[in-house]
Design a binder for this molecule. Structure first.
Ligand code: SF4
Length: 293
């Protein structure tokens, strides 16, 4: 999107919303882009939920006992409910759960809201018309394919999706035109380079993440413990939704990140471990886009 906006010749204000759950390679990539391209500086925004914790603590203290929540859960939540200033984690602690496909509050709270309130709204209040260019492509998913290319949000704000009909090849072609390498994670088996991991990560991506970036899996394990402590019910602090691992007994606590990693290392059907691990035996390209490392 950044390169396409540069090619348009217009003045533009690039914005990056840091969720606190990105891989460091993505953050470095965004930081480096203006230097590598000669394009404009990127405005960095972040959601901040630290001001909401006191209200939530009061609610837990007063309301949870009335709702029949056991004392040990109330105590655990009150001990855990302190802001970390990591937007993704603080948001999940406040909600007492991680987002899921059905409750996908993450993109709205961590991307849409900080971009709107920190960048777009001040421009609109200044009387300007804001055209928000969004790098959404129709062939990324069925729900994205239903989006419109132009959208009037209201009050002088428009959404414009100029690469809506682009193919993956078009995306990599613009990198080549500018002599820019794609985000290195695309060469390392990632289909998307948003969060690490994204709640929508595919089985093969989770396997790759665990193999290459196990520190991120360990971080999610810590996050699961914290979010679990902030939940009313025991056992719902899992990063991935309960249906992620097929055949999971829904009466049991939802599978934790390491259960999901274990499943990601199984063959189709999720019951057998691979006889040969293709990461270790296949020296071929692991990029789903055919970009060799
Ligand atoms: S990349 Fe995935 S996990 Fe991150 S905000 Fe978007 S949908 Fe949520």
């Amino acid at each position: 999107m950044y390169l396409h906006a540069m090619e348009s010749g217009r003045d533009f204000l690039p914005v990056f919303a840091d969720t606190g759950n990105e891989h460091e390679a993505t953050l470095d990539y965004v930081r480096d882009l203006p230097r590598l391209t000669g394009g404009p500086a990127i405005r960095w925004v972040k959601a901040d939920f630290s001001g909401d914790f006191e209200r939530k603590r009061r609610f837990v203290e007063e309301q949870w006992p009335k709702d029949g929540v056991p004392d040990d859960r109330v105590r655990a939540a009150l001990e855990a409910l302190h802001p970390t200033r990591v937007p993704f984690l603080d948001l999940c602690m406040m909600k007492g759960r991680f987002p899921s496909t059905r409750a996908r509050f993450c993109s709205e709270e961590l991307k849409y809201h900080p971009i709107f309130y920190q960048v777009q709204e001040p421009l609109l209040e200044d009387g300007q018309i804001v055209c928000s260019w969004q790098g959404v492509r129709a062939d990324e998913s069925a729900s994205r394919a239903k989006m419109r290319r132009w959208e009037h949000v209201g009050g002088g704000l428009w959404n414009w999706r100029p690469i809506f009909r682009w193919t993956v090849e078009d995306v990599f072609a613009i990198h080549r035109r500018h002599g820019i390498e794609p985000n290195p994670l695309y060469k390392q088996g990632m289909g998307r380079v948003g969060c690490m991991p994204c709640i929508h990560a595919r089985k093969s991506e989770i396997k790759e993440i665990a193999h290459r970036f196990s520190d991120h899996i360990a971080r999610i394990e810590l996050w699961e413990a914290l979010v679990g402590d902030c939940s009313k019910r025991f056992g719902i602090g899992s990063f991935f939704a309960v249906g992620k691992t097929p055949g999971h007994d829904k009466s049991k606590p939802s599978p934790g990140i390491w259960d999901v990693v274990e499943w990601a290392n199984t063959d189709r059907g999720g019951r057998q471990f691979r006889l040969f691990d293709d990461i270790n035996t296949d020296p071929g390209c692991l990029s789903i886009y055919g970009l060799c490392e």
